[in-house]
Ligand binder design. Structure first.
Ligand SMILES: C[S@@+](CC[C@H](N)C(=O)[O-])C[C@H]1O[C@@H](n2cnc3c(N)ncnc32)[C@H](O)[C@@H]1O
Length: 346
């Protein structure tokens, strides 16, 4: 039976996708509308960095929606060449159909229909690589870190959050070489475990990957790294691996470049701006983990305070404090637990 397709619009792009309500990797044209924010943030990030004339690689391009949006929504001088790749049988036809729906700018576009690792290894290096797989990014990390250029940006999505966030600790140990924790910090711990794993893969090639923007949302984690090719930078990064309580080893350093987040926030609008507002505030606090105020109050038999009043009291004591996107019940702060408990008791 011929497949039923429908046209959808995302950002400035139009694409033809399978007319199915259930999102599955078996769909002939894979498009997940939930990942719109993932693509919105990639565009915002690329438009917020100073570099132009980039060679951009999408080794797992799917329907091509991300690339189409890059062509239509990135600043004019941002991109030199855009590489689309996917191993799907009818990938050329899918892209051809979707290109014909849009009025595309005059840019160099290169399309290939290979295994992602082959595509990356046959390339000469890219300034931006987006690893957006089904599940774990593990199979693509080695070739991606080999081909990311000096000062380039590697973006990685992981949707196997059940391993990273502690539902399957043995799987996390096997795949990410660390122990997760299934508690209120599970998402932050998971993203830090993922970060360290990717950094270790890069360290073998004397490349330091420094996180510049990270977040956890819905069913996935996302980390953008800046690549520095220097042995001493690698050594510095590795010094920031360690345990958080009994979880880890994981990345203990910052998950964000505050200046970049502030730029992204400035250019954002709507829901994206609300999301970035929280991340901007937490990016200013250099701590690992956060306080789940509900848990803390429950454990100490205290009444749950109003968050705005509590945050004011913490600030009045001279500490930094913010909400965290990792949990609606959490507060990120550099205050010690004992002092926080004193505030909660008074
Ligand atoms: C999650 S989808 C990508 C979604 C796309 N990046 C987007 O933003 O809409 C993953 C894609 O990777 C492709 N894929 C999976 N394994 C691959 C491999 N080893 N080589 C090339 N493509 C692969 C699948 O065909 C699928 O289209």
């Amino acid at each position: 039976m011929p497949e039923k397709l429908k046209v959808v619009e995302e950002g400035k792009a139009k694409i033809k996708v399978s007319d199915e309500s259930k999102i599955s990797k078996k769909l002939p044209v894979f498009y997940n509308p939930v990942m719109k924010l993932n693509r919105d943030l990639s565009i915002l990030l690329l438009n917020s960095i100073p570099e132009n004339n980039l060679n951009i690689a999408l080794p797992l391009a799917g329907s091509g929606v991300r690339g189409l949006r890059f062509l239509l929504e990135l600043k004019k001088s941002k991109m030199k060449t855009l590489y689309f790749n996917d191993y799907k049988e009818d990938f050329y036809q899918i892209l051809k159909n979707n290109f014909s729906l849009n009025k595309l700018p005059d840019k160099e576009i290169i399309i290939s229909n290979d295994d992602a690792n082959l595509f990356l290894l046959e390339g000469f290096g890219f300034d931006y690589i987006d690893i957006d797989p089904f599940g774990t990014p593990n199979p693509f990390l080695d070739s991606a870190v080999k081909r990311i250029s000096r000062n380039g940006i590697l973006a990685v999505t992981a949707t196997d959050t059940s391993a990273l966030a502690g539902t399957y600790p043995d799987a996390c140990m096997r795949k990410y070489w660390a122990a997760p924790l299934r508690n209120e910090l599970k998402h932050e711990i998971g993203i830090r475990i993922l970060t360290r794993k990717i950094q270790l893969v890069a360290a073998q090639y004397d490349k330091a990957l420094v996180p510049i923007f990270s977040y956890s949302k819905d069913h996935y984690f996302r980390v953008f790294f800046r690549c520095q090719k220097s042995k001493s930078d690698v050594d510095e990064a590795l010094k920031e691996h360690g345990l958080l309580g009994i979880a880890g080893p994981l990345w203990l350093g910052s998950l964000w470049d505050e200046k970049l987040v502030s730029k992204m926030y400035k250019f954002a609008s709507g829901d994206l701006k609300l999301f970035l507002n929280i991340i901007l505030e937490e990016s200013k606090i250099d701590t690992c983990g956060f306080y789940d105020i509900h848990q803390l109050c429950k454990k100490n038999k205290l009444q749950i305070p109003r968050y705005d009043l509590l945050m004011k009291k913490i600030k009045d004591e001279g500490f930094k404090v913010s909400r965290t996107h990792f949990s609606t019940l959490g507060l990120k702060s550099d205050i010690e637990e004992g002092k926080l408990l004193n505030i909660l008791k008074n």
